[in-house]
Design a protein around this ligand. Structure first.
Ligand code: URP
Ligand code: ZN
Ligand code: ZN
Ligand code: ZN
Length: 483
């Protein structure tokens, strides 16, 4: 049997090793990995390049309304193209429930929105209204369809589900082998800071960063982990931006608890000084949790290097700078009326490769783990994120020597700015392949609208991790039949 494609002469990098070899692709799957493979209808010469699993972006807001109803600038066409140019072969954006909406309706809505995707996709649900029907019928149906993760918020008035809501969600997810994700910031502490800042007339963009103290994240992460322990459920903490929060994650993991976490490039690259730009420019850097300072960046890098974080994700939340996005509420809107979020799905991996691998902070294997392999394991993506026979041929071929400055045009999104403009980065994903099809090659799009497919996911893999038994819960269950 001949191969459809052979990638030859590259250095294959996985999460655990690197070696020179050829990779054979047949019918969208990796069919052989060997020192030398002859043949191939198409041969791609990867000499001098790194052949890695295509990135899996697990935190992106695509064709999604914010809590206040603003639509992201990227839909599944532009969002997937931008992701592909950034070295991703697949992504898992959010399918967000509005209060009052059924889960079936949410999924139907996003199924329609996602159809134009150029790369493969799945969704994490966002649950803002955990009604009885959602908990007992909607979520179990979603899990059965392979949508095995969902996110909740402890902040934003229209999304915050409260501790009881969170416990309910954690319990249902636990019973079905699904994974709960949380945006953890203490809403009361933020509301209080907002009031204090408003009373002082401090409403310019830069005050956004002060309104959401590091302590608010630390408290909420601690609480979320504690609630997950009571429920006996695994938990994934999104966009950790503080040393205090990361230490709490680290401690839980050291105890063997099924706690997972990510951070994002913006927390390692930007600081609150970026919000203090002339006029409203600072609005471009408003995201939640906010970017912090150099001391926190250094601490977060150590957590990336020592394994506190399973992945580095973009939190691509593309609200344009113009009046369809950040300036929707006027040229002098106070920070609480400015959309939260910044783009980054195309910048995530080039940034991580350059700042991580090229600067000697990460081994290439660790880059692969943080960009694809860990996320695949945690989010139940059985056929992606690894290079091995039988896996989907989701591959990115990187030239580790190309030096580029970040430009808006290179992001290929629908945005009017990039927060990483002008940064000099080394390393470029030259060829990006999804299920054996070349999507991006040497700066050109080859993928077609609608070529991406939905992938169902399995239960999260908790190998080696166990929830700590809670005495009172054990006693409560002691006289019940097993369930
Ligand atoms: O500021 C951000 N990150 N906006 C997107 C929504 C969220 O909180 O993840
Ligand atoms: Zn070529
Ligand atoms: Zn968030
Ligand atoms: Zn987000």
């Amino acid at each position: 049997m001949d191969f459809d494609t052979v990638i030859h002469g590259g250095t294959i990098v996985t999460a655990t090793e690197q070696y020179r070899g050829d990779l054979g692709i047949s019918q969208g799957r990796i069919s052989a990995v060997a020192e030398r493979l002859p043949g191939g209808t198409r041969r791609i010469d990867a000499g001098g390049r790194l052949v890695m699993p295509g990135g899996i972006e697990t935190h992106a807001h695509i064709a999604q309304e914010s809590a206040s109803g603003i639509m992201t600038a990227d839909d599944y066409l532009s969002g997937s193209i931008s992701a592909a140019f950034g070295g991703n072969s697949s992504f898992i954006p959010f399918a967000a429930q509005h209060r009052g909406q059924s889960i079936d309706d949410v999924i139907a809505t996003y199924d329609a929105r996602a159809r134009p995707s150029v790369i493969d996709y799945s969704y994490h649900l966002i649950v803002s209204d955990p009604t009885e029907d959602v908990l007992t019928a909607g979520l179990p149906r979603a899990f059965a369809r392979g949508i095995t993760s969902l996110k909740v918020f402890t902040t934003y008035d229209l999304l915050n589900i409260g501790d009881v809501g969170m416990l309910d969600i954690l319990g249902v997810a636990r019973d079905h082998g699904a994974l709960t994700m949380v945006h953890a910031e203490n809403q009361a502490m933020i509301a209080w800071m907002n009031r204090e800042l408003a009373a002082r007339g401090k409403t310019a963009p830069k005050y956004h960063a002060l309104s959401r103290p590091e302590l608010a994240e630390e408290e909420a992460i601690n609480r979320a982990i504690t609630l997950a322990q009571l429920a006996g459920a695994p938990l994934f903490i999104v966009h950790v931006s503080t040393d205090g929060g990361a230490r709490r994650v680290q401690r839980a993991r050291a105890e063997g608890a099924p706690i997972f976490a990510e951070t994002c490039p913006q927390y390692l690259e930007l600081t609150r000084a970026d919000l203090d730009r002339p006029g409203m420019e600072g609005a471009k850097y408003i995201c939640s949790p906010p970017v912090r300072d150099e001391a926190t960046q250094e601490a977060l890098w150590r957590h990336v290097q020592t394994g506190t974080f399973d992945s580095v994700s973009s939190d691509h939340a593309p609200y344009r700078y113009d009046k369809t996005g950040k300036l929707m509420n006027g040229e002098d809107a106070p920070y609480p009326k400015i959309a939260n979020g910044m783009p980054g799905v195309a910048a995530r991996l080039p940034w991580l490769f350059s700042e991580g691998v090229i600067k000697g902070r990460l081994r290439p294997e660790e880059f692969v783990a943080l960009s694809a392999t860990n996320a695949a394991r945690i989010f139940g993506v059985a056929k992606k994120g690894r290079i091995a026979p039988g896996m989907d041929a989701d591959i990115a071929i990187w030239n580790p020597e190309t030096v580029r400055r970040v430009t808006l045009g290179d992001q290929h999104d629908n945005m009017d700015y990039t927060p990483f403009e002008g940064l000099e980065l080394t390393g470029v994903p030259e060829v990006v392949i999804t299920r054996g099809e070349v999507i991006v090659e040497h700066g050109e799009l080859h993928g077609a609208k609608g070529q991406g497919r939905f992938f169902a996911r399995e239960r999260t893999d908790l190998t080696g991790r166990t929830a700590r038994p809670i005495k009172e819960v054990a006693l409560m269950r002691a006289d019940e039949a097993p369930r």
